[in-house]
Design a protein around this ligand. Structure first.
Ligand code: ADP
Ligand code: MG
Length: 558
């Protein structure tokens, strides 16, 4: 067989140079002449990074410092033989590292070869050395080493990619979970709102009766039966008023924003200062009465102007501060912060109190959810939620059991809405009247009667209609100073009646009476020919106030 090995060093040099010039080779041989020979061979084939030693005790330090791609190692050496050096180098290398050792030996017994390979050498050549054999074996091992390095690099890149992808997926999953939780919470709150609306609507009618007729009975009993009966009646009125408050708060929880909301430019920092002084009796009083220390601290930033209802936003703040005080039975610190957040204003109320469990945190906005037993109504945060929803804002709650709670509220700053309809100038001639001609429309006869009683008691003349169409006919057939209409009536509802009245060009103010359920369906920001919306149940004094608002008319004192 002809030898196919290219035996002209020139050809091999150009073949091996690209590889060998990149490789670092360490030579360990106690015979100087061998070292020289190997250096020369390497030089001949383009090897440029070569270190060597004739003292095998220097092998390890050189190995660590030089980090060779290939080690050429003699076996029989004084002090440390080749097998011992292999052991040392193995312990100094990482387990997945591939740094080949090529053993050079004159001992060609089977036993030595086996031992060398078993101890970790990758290949061996026998002395006297054949140039081509040495260089070919070196080339193979260096190629393997570089392939191994390339593989490791690609593995590391892949691992990095997998790591990044996993992190991205985890982040996406986290976002998805948060969105899902948010949607579930919104859905639950909205379902509860609908339910609360239904209950409140029915309660409204019952309470209207109870409160209305009790109030009518009051002056009668005051003059005729000033004893216990009068006291009983007052209890009935108080209980009905309390129930009315609960219904109102329920309505505040899920009343959607309507075109009649009062929205004016507001300075959030001023509201915070007002709320802090308004609530001072509660947290200062608690300190004095129970000997505990509660501090309220404000950090007011440069916030943009927001538009909203000052009274409602103060209620948000007072509810949050009251809850914070309740959460710190042994004292602590409340911090109220404001800052700019993008285009909005961020309001934060933090406490160092008892905190909430995850379940409490998720449910605390629900109406009637309370952990305070008889002391709590569970309506404070529901009201907060409703108010913030109507202001187009959002609420985030961070809490840790035993560590404290932070409510963060983001409010948008938008251009102010048009001035509320109820602040418009009332009809000029209506203002001078003390006794008004009023048209009352309600499909529930008994409510019509009650309102008529209220109005007559104040010296007004009243005409009633039990549906919208009848009301419009009566309106066209006579002159009225004011129309008070129920919203929900068959055939023509209150809004439609108000529109029809506006079309007659008669400038007569319209008061719309709404139950909770109807408000929930009220249409957003449409301009409606309604001067004031009054929610049921309405008391005599509220009705008086409403009439004064739209007509300027003071009631006749009886
Ligand atoms: P209430 O105060 O009548 O219980 P809220 O609607 O104001 O009703 O609050 C509902 C529940 O949310 C509370 O009972 C309490 O469990 C929890 N909560 C509200 N604010 C805090 C707070 N700052 N720290 C701990 N728990 C709170
Ligand atoms: Mg509360």
């Amino acid at each position: 067989m002809p030898d196919k090995t290219p035996n002209r060093p020139g050809v091999l040099t150009s073949m091996f140079k690209p590889l060998l010039s990149k490789a670092k080779v360490l030579i360990v041989d106690d015979e100087q002449s061998n070292v020289r020979l190997l250096e020369r061979i390497l030089e001949m084939f383009g090897g440029t990074h070569v270190r060597s030693t004739t003292d095998s005790r220097d092998a390890l330090p050189l190995y660590l410092e030089f980090e060779p791609d290939l080690v050429l190692l003699d076996l029989h050496m004084p002090h440390l033989d080749g097998f011992e050096v292999i052991e040392q180098l193995k312990t100094a290398s990482a387990p997945d590292e591939y740094r080949p050792i090529l053993v050079l030996t004159a001992d060609i017994t089977m036993e030595t070869k086996r031992r060398a390979l078993a101890s970790g050498a990758k290949d061996f050549v026998t002395k006297p050395l054949d140039h081509f054999e040495v260089i070919l074996r070196m080339k193979n091992l260096i190629e393997n080493r570089f392939l191994h390095l390339e593989l490791q690099k690609q593995n590391a890149q892949l691992e990095q990619q997998v790591h990044e992808r996993t992190a991205q997926l985890e982040a996406a999953l986290g976002e998805l979970r948060a969105t899902q939780e948010h949607i579930v919470r919104q859905e639950r709150l909205s379902a509860l709102g609908m339910m609360a609306g239904g209950i409140a609507h029915d309660f409204n009618n019952a309470l209207t009766m109870m409160l209305g007729y009790s109030e009518l009975l009051l002056p009668v009993l005051q003059s005729k039966a000033p004893g216990r009966e009068l006291e009983y009646l007052r209890h009935v009125i108080h209980a009905a008023q309390d129930a009315t408050q609960i219904v109102r708060r329920l309505r505040d929880f899920y009343r959607p924003a309507s075109g009649h909301e009062i929205r004016v430019p507001l300075n959030l920092n001023e509201l915070v200062q007002q709320a802090v002084s308004l609530t001072a009796p509660k947290w200062k009083g608690k300190c004095q009465a129970e000997g505990i220390q509660i501090t309220v601290h404000t950090e007011l930033g440069d916030v943009p102007e927001i538009t909203g209802n000052a009274a409602e936003l103060r209620e948000v703040l007072t509810n949050l501060i009251f809850n914070a005080v309740d959460a710190m039975p042994t004292g602590g610190a409340i911090v109220v912060r404001t800052s700019r957040d993008g285009d909005g204003a961020l309001l934060g109320v933090s406490d160092t109190g008892i905190g909430m469990t995850e379940e409490e945190r998720e449910r605390c906005l629900e109406p009637f959810f309370t952990t305070k037993g008889e002391h709590g109504t569970g309506l404070g945060l529901s009201v907060v939620y409703g108010i913030i929803q109507r202001h187009g804002g959002s609420i985030q709650i961070a809490s840790e059991k035993g560590r404290g709670t932070t409510f963060s509220i983001l409010l948008p700053c938008s251009t102010p809405c048009a001035a509320p309809a109820q602040e418009e100038e009332p009809g000029a001639d209506a203002a001078s009247h003390k006794s008004l001609r009023i048209l009352v429309a309600d499909d529930e006869e008994i409510i019509c009667e009650l309102i008529t009683e209220y109005l007559k008691a104040d010296g007004h003349q009243v005409e009633t209609a039990f549906n919208g169409i009848d009301a419009l006919d009566r309106f066209k057939g006579a002159t009225f100073d004011l129309v008070i209409t129920d919203q929900s009536m068959p055939k023509m509802n209150g809004e439609q009646l108000a529109r029809a009245i506006a079309e007659t060009k008669a400038k007569v103010p319209v008061i719309l009476l709404t139950g909770f359920g109807e408000e929930m369906q009220a249409v957003g920001n449409q301009p409606e020919p309604i001067d004031l919306i009054v929610s049921k149940p309405v008391s005599a004094s509220e009705l008086r106030w409403a009439i004064h608002q739209v007509t300027g008319c003071e009631p006749t004192d009886e």
